[in-house]
Structures are given as C-alpha cells and as structure tokens.
Ligand binder design. Sequence first.
Ligand code: HSE
Length: 454
Amino acid sequence: MPDPAKSTAKPAKQPVNKTRFTDSQVAVTRVGILGCGTVGGALVDLISQRAAAIEESVGIRLEVRHIAVRNLEADRGPAVNPDWLSTDSNAVATAEDVDIVIELLGGIEPARELILGALNAGKPVITGNKELVANHGAELFAAAAKNKVDFLFEAAVAGAIPILRPLRESLLGEDVIRIMGIVNGTTNFILTRMTEDGASYDEALTEAQELGYAEADPTADVEGFDAGAKAAIMASIAFGVEVVANDVHHEGISNIDQTDIAFANRLGYRIKLLAIAEVFGTGANKEVDVRVHPVMVPLTHPLASVRGSFNAIFVEGAAAGELMFYGRGAGGDPTSSAVLGDLVDAAVNLRGNTFLPVPAGAPAVIRSIDEVDSAYYLNMEVGDAPGVLAEVAGVFGQNGVSIGSMEQTGLGDDARLVFITHIAKERALQQTLIELGELGSVRAIRSVLRVIED
Ligand code: HSE
C-alpha cells in the first residue's frame, strides 16, 4: 500500500452533489391560499419561480394544493393550475392535504373566521391583512399559541420591507424605544409630488389614483387609517403589549397645502406622514404613545430622503442606536415576497415541529396625545397692524410654549405669521390654539404640524 502521506497523486475526484438534500430529506409543504387577487396571483408566480431555489437552500418543497377564489372563470395566468381552484374557502382553510394556510382576502370577515378555523385545525397561518391583525390580533395570536403553530404577518406592514421579523427576532433582546415610519406609499407619493413638482394636493391625489396607488375613496390612506393599523401592529410587536387600531391617534394630510410645503422647503424640512410609536417606563408603569400625523422632518434626517411611493421605518434602540429599513411598501410582487418569506419560515418551523409565538402581551396603557411632547409649526393668517405680533407672542408665553423662530410673509390682507416652537406639551399647544383663535387679530390658523427638531 502506498503511504498516502507521501503520495503525490491527486485524490480521486468526489462526485459533486447537485443538491444539498436527497429526496428523502426534502419535506413537502402543501399550501392552501385564500384569495387570488393581485398579491395572491403574484405569490403563485413567485412560488413557481423560487420553489427550486428554496428546496435547494432549505430542503422544503413548496406545493400549492388549493386556492379559494370567488370567480372560477377569471383568467389567472399560467402559474395557476385551474385544478387548484375552489370557491369553498372553509374547505381550503381546513383541508387535510394543506399544511400551511395563506390568507389574502383582506377585511375582517370571513378572514377572521377562516384563520381561526385553520389555526384550530393545527395549521400555521400567514396573512398580509393589517386591518385584521390591528383589530383582532390578540385573539389570533392566542389561537396560534394554543395550537402551537406559527401566525406570521410580515406583509401586513410595509410590503416587502422586513420589519416585523427583525423586531421579533433580531431585536428581541434590544430595548426598542421609538419607531418612526413612512408606512403609506400613497401619501408619501402625494407629498413628494407636492414638494418636488409644486402639484396641488388635489392634482397629486388624482395622479396617485390614476397610477393605482390610491383607491377611488382615498380616506384610509390620506386620513392615516392605513398607517394607523400598521403603527398598532409595530407597537404591539416592538413593545410586547397589545395595541389596537383604535388606540392610535391619527391625523391625515388632506389639509396640507402649498404654503406649508413652501415653508418646509425654505426652512430645511420635508413634510412626511409618519407613524410614530414610543414607549415610556417599564413593567406596570409602561406607557405607549402611538400616533400618525404629518411631521416636518429636517432634511438631515434619513426619513426626509424617502421619496415617491417608497416606505421606510426608522427604529431607535437603546443599545443598537438608529436603524433604518427601506423599500417598497405595496404592490403584488413586493408584498408576495414578504408572504413567501413567512411561508418558508413557517415551513421550516413546521418541519422542526416548532413555532415562534407572537411577543405581544396585555393591553397597553396608552399615553394620551395631550401628554405628548413635540415642537410645532403654526401657520396663521393675521391682521397686519401694530401690536399684533406682541399679542400673538403673548398667548404662546402665557401657555408656556416657547417660540424657536418666527417669520412674517405678505403684507396687509395677505399677512401670515409662521412660528416654530421649542418642545411643548400637546395640551399646552392646544390651549394656545384655542386662545389664538379668540384673538380678533388672528383671522385663521391655517395649519399646525409637529416638527422633528434638527
Ligand atoms: N395603500 C397602502 C399604501 C398600501 O399606499 O401604502 C397597503 O397598505
């Protein structure tokens, strides 16, 4: 026998394994989908494109088995096998040959009942339904925990952007103290058009509708309801408490006009609709402040540079410092990417006979908006006469609201006073507004916006 240590011959080539997993090591995961609209259709396409790569990387073979639809006749493209289609969503949610259920119907019912049915049948569930999670999350999290299965909903907040999994996993040990997000692409598109192209609010909204960003009834987007649901979900996961959509104070962007945009530009700010969630105190003293409203964001802040329909979430942790997550917050492909990530995660957990409970706990103590501290921008129409500025400034002073800067524009009937205050309590600011409204010299308070100080 030659001594291998002394041999100069090259070792025989080992056969290269094309796949990391043999057939017997691959777990087949059978998928049932409720709904095959924009996101459902995109998801089926994406599964067919990515299935081989997923099998290669984690040894999971995803197989769509059933899709519940309302209309069996609609054209759904080549990736959808007509044999998968059924109008019986209950049967799909609890089918024997379905391991994981994906709910993409939207709305509260029947989505809630169907998800509970699937969870109680021992099936992990994935959804992108923000309205449902923000209003009935606790019930669904409890059902998932009771049945020891995953309930995952990454797509419910900011489309393709991974934010819930980082909050649930990577940042689980972190003391997350604040989250500020641009989580509604429609309003960010409108504000961007108003800022960069001088469009009026109505022009920008019409364009958003033509591009398919905004619905015919844009209320949910422009009045902050959509962002409010997402804020409630992020706050629940980040702070380990139950926050529901109703807990969120929200104001929209429909009152913002070109005067505000012009002032913001001149003063070095961008106006953004932000979802903000903050936590104060710990244990029994923990309070959560969750709100959605327009904010003047300094140009130096990373959120100021988020343009068009993009979303971004800025997270502040005690040890991690500042983190930002950026990407597409809506649309079939971006949203289905988030659903697919959850699907692979749930399939891997299912194979390992494990699951990740949702870390949301007891109902949150919500800090009243009156107690929130902020700097403010106020824009008011005033009479242009001696003593008016002193009178107006006096009202700020009497309420303990300190003025940071002031500017007068226009003369005579067009006179406007614009103030930026230092940090003040919302309650003091609201009292200031009441008293300013009672002054004969103040014709109208045109807008009030919170300001992030530079
Ligand atoms: N309408 C939302 C937006 C997407 O404009 O961002 C769905 O939440």
